[in-house]
Design a binder for this molecule. Structure first.
Ligand SMILES: Cc1cc2nc3c(=O)[nH]c(=O)nc-3n(C[C@H](O)[C@H](O)[C@H](O)COP(=O)(O)OP(=O)(O)OC[C@H]3O[C@@H](n4cnc5c(N)ncnc54)[C@H](O)[C@@H]3O)c2cc1C
Length: 479
């Protein structure tokens, strides 16, 4: 049983973070109690309400976060951490009410070490603000998720995010060196800032991807890179997906690491090339290379050789440059799209090379079986496999309740993924939307996540219910 947010708790919160950093206004509670998960967007457009916190607080330091958590733990009040609110999985929905703790006041760059190439930041800093700061100094983090203007460093870490240049720079878990975290009981812990160590399991990584259920990330040390001397773009057309995937697999086997690799399936190619007035056939691959000039030229040359071996037709730099320039545009269309269709959503999954193509076909068939129009691109690759990003729309169907249709689609896709042996998420995370499949995803090892949650958060106050900690009935209560 949770305690409610009583007036004396509000007074205590005010004394911790200052009166103007506490709000019980309905507008603040609504705005800070949702992310960009489809049901939240749908409810917003329909004028329906969603689960809402009782109070919003804006702490200014790890010490204030700690005091808020000590109070919440003592009074058994749930706390949800809010970063940018651009998650797409319902991860910050306060399904048990309580406190939303928005950490965006904690947004400073604390230290830039130009010798070791590291930067230390507060977790509430928006991704693009850090990138622009680094660019002015001649560096880059190399982390460019498409939510870079709206998400925080803490949110990237909490969700194990992947940027569009990840093939070269890695994902957020490759960039982080050390963390400062406030535990649910209020203790502040710091991990050591060294490039690597062999002193037991990596406790820092425990919090990367923990989606706010094990602790609140307040500070991070991250690896940075010199700003690239040169960035080039190129594009190819392949006769089908198989040829395109083989080209990418072999580019990686040759040791080349393009920054951007996006291979579109046939439907996505039709739309992408068609909009540029180019023949809309086959499967489009766009690549970019960046870094030291000589290395960039050499990488582009090897990639070109491999693409030609797999029948790739050079399309020049236009499709790739056009995508780079307009990569955020589609999101401004989202409200319009949502009005035109019943459901608009995305699902990203991953698999090793030997199952990647099968995963694509199985998930695509599963989606189509639900009357959905899917299209997909493959954009994060490894020597051992890659990820697939499905975007889908379900045309209007007035007789079917939208939530029933929504969960049937998700169930079909998740079950298909599990059947093939893929992972149900490559980078968006779990939140509420994937919670019902966490046991199937992890098998017996899911017990370890449960046990960790119990040890670190004995009163289950921190973001209760997320990351697979609730089942179907709770998820369906929200949508
Ligand atoms: C248009 C659009 C494009 C996107 N593109 C990408 C993409 O290219 N790559 C990608 O990986 N994702 C992408 N996403 C998904 C999303 O932006 C990421 O998951 C991002 O990491 C969320 O960060 P945030 O600050 O917005 O987190 P929020 O939405 O505020 O929170 C997400 C979860 O993390 C927890 N959390 C947030 N901050 C902390 C903290 N400091 N400590 C502990 N827990 C915390 C929250 O409680 C919640 O559970 C996209 C989303 C949108 C809407």
């Amino acid at each position: 049983m949770y305690g409610s947010v009583t007036p004396d708790i509000i007074d205590e919160l005010k004394s911790i973070v200052g009166e103007k950093h506490v709000s019980t206004s309905l507008v603040d509670r609504l705005v800070c109690s949702r992310d960009l998960w489809f049901p939240m967007l749908f409810k917003t457009l329909k004028g329906e309400l969603w689960p809402t916190a009782d109070v919003v607080v804006w702490p200014g330091s790890a010490e204030e976060v700690s005091e808020v958590l000590k109070l919440a733990n003592k009074r058994r009040v749930p706390v949800v951490t809010l970063g940018g609110g651009a998650g797409v999985c319902g991860g910050l929905s306060p399904i048990r009410g309580g406190i939303v703790m928005d950490i965006k006041r904690m947004c400073k760059v604390l230290e830039l070490d130009e010798e070791s190439l590291t930067v230390v930041v507060q977790a509430g800093l928006i991704g693009m603000e850090l990138e622009e700061y680094l660019n002015r100094k001649g560096y880059t983090l190399g982390h460019y998720p498409l939510s870079i203007y709206a998400s925080t460093i803490g949110g990237f870490l909490a969700c194990r995010s992947a940027g569009v240049l990840s093939n070269k720079y890695g994902k957020i878990e490759d960039m982080v060196i050390a963390l400062r975290v406030v535990l649910p009981t209020g203790e502040i812990i710091e991990t050591k800032r060294v490039p690597r160590r062999a002193t037991g399991p990596d406790l820092m990584q425990l919090f990367v991807g923990s989606e706010g259920i094990l602790g609140v990330i307040t500070e991070a040390a991250l690896r940075i890179h010199p700003y690239p001397e040169k960035r080039i773009f190129t594009s190819y057309r392949f006769k089908d997906l198989h040829a395109g995937l083989e080209a990418v697999r072999n580019i990686f086997r040759r040791g080349v690491r393009p920054a951007i690799v996006r291979l579109y399936d046939e439907r996505d190619t039709k739309i992408t090339l068609g909009s540029l007035g180019l023949p809309a056939e086959g499967c489009l691959l766009i690549l970019s290379f960046e870094g030291t000039e000589k290395l960039v030229d050499a990488e582009a040359e090897v990639a070109d050789e491999v693409c030609r071996q797999w029948g790739g037709e050079q399309l020049g730099d236009l499709p790739a440059k056009h995508w780079w320039k307009h990569r955020h545009d589609q999101y401004w269309n989202l409200p319009h799209l949502l009005k035109g269709f019943m459901i608009v959503d995305t699902i990203e999954v991953s698999a090793p090379w030997d199952r990647l193509e099968r995963l694509y076909w199985e998930v695509k068939r599963a989606l189509e079986g639900q009357g959905v129009i899917p299209m997909a691109h493959f954009s994060h690759f490894y020597l051992d496999g890659g990820s697939i990003y499905f975007t889908f729309v379900k045309p209007r169907e007035p007789k079917t309740p939208i939530n029933d249709a929504y969960w049937r689609i998700w169930s079909a896709a998740m079950e298909a993924c599990i059947r093939v042996g893929g992972s149900i998420s490559h980078h968006h995370g779990v939140g509420l939307v994937r919670s019902p499949w966490m046991e199937k995803e992890h098998g017996k090892s899911f017990e370890i996540i449960r046990a960790l949650k119990k040890v670190l958060d004995p009163n289950n106050i921190l973001n209760p219910g997320k990351l697979g900690m609730v089942g179907w009935s709770e998820v369906r209560r929200v949508f």
